[in-house]
Ligand binder design. Structure first.
Ligand code: GLN
Length: 255
């Protein structure tokens, strides 16, 4: 995949600023993803009008910050970047983007965000982690670096780069509980992604790689939820399909 496309998306000046508010995103059917063509975010359901937009932070130390912000805007939330501990105040939710979990781990510590984010998670703040974000929310990591720490919070064991070090990216259609229907699967893009090898108590599996894919990835858990924590191995922010972000915004509103 589309590393060039990711880079192009990051450079796109038409992408809304993190603090721009766009009330009432378009109500359209789920997005169709066309490889190589950046898609505007389309949503599966109308954004509730009248309800205040929840403020959702996007950890902005590394990764697809702007793409998550755009998907949150399309889902009726107000995204704000988070780089300092003080910026956690007043948040209704937090997104931890993909990137490189070892680097994000180091930056969280360098920016003195690690302990405040852990405290916020313990306090029940809804947090969505994609790819490296999933690794950071896992209680246990396999194939991590020796000094790698996670924030933890979800009773899962994840394996880093599980789809194979040679396999930079992998795409498949998924059924995601509470989000898709057989007629409206989700195109999932995995970029040097982890999968979940063990699911502990209180963790709800939301998606597994279809068995038809075959090989070691078949049947692996790639999306899960435990209370206020949501994780996906894949990157929904790159496909123009905002349904995972909508699910997270609903979780935040229902909290
Ligand atoms: N392999 C990366 C890691 O270990 C995750 C990749 C991603 O977030 N796209 O953190």
């Amino acid at each position: 995949m589309p590393r060039e496309r990711l880079a192009a998306a990051r450079r796109d000046p038409s992408s809304p600023a993190l603090t721009t508010h766009q009330p009432g995103a378009d109500h359209q059917a789920a997005a169709t993803y066309t490889a190589g063509v950046p898609a505007p975010f389309v949503t599966a359901r109308p954004v509730a009008s009248g309800a205040a937009a929840p403020t959702i932070g996007v950890l902005a130390v590394q990764g697809d910050v702007r793409e998550h912000a755009d998907a949150l805007l399309a889902s009726g939330a107000q995204p704000v970047p988070v780089r300092r501990p003080g910026e956690l105040a007043g948040l209704h939710g937090l997104v931890i983007p993909g990137g490189e979990s070892t680097v994000i781990d180091k930056l969280l510590r360098a920016f003195e965000l690690r302990d405040p984010v852990r405290a916020a998670i313990a306090d029940g703040l809804p947090v969505y982690g994609s790819c490296a974000g999933m690794i950071l929310l896992a209680d246990e990591v396999l194939d991590g670096t020796v000094d790698q720490q996670t924030l933890g919070g979800m009773a899962i064991t994840v394996r880093r780069n599980a789809f194979g070090r040679q396999v930079d990216s992998f795409e498949t259609d998924l059924q995601v509980a509470g989000i898709t229907t057989p007629a409206t699967p989700m195109r999932a893009v995995f970029i040097r992604a982890p999968w979940v090898e063990h699911v502990g108590a209180g963790v709800q599996v939301l998606a597994t790689v279809p068995t038809a894919v075959g090989g070691p990835a078949a049947g692996r858990v790639v999306a899960a939820r435990a209370g206020n924590l949501l994780v996906t191995s894949f990157h929904p922010e790159v496909t123009g399909d905002a349904r995972v972000h909508e699910y997270f915004v609903r979780l935040v509103r229902e909290r």
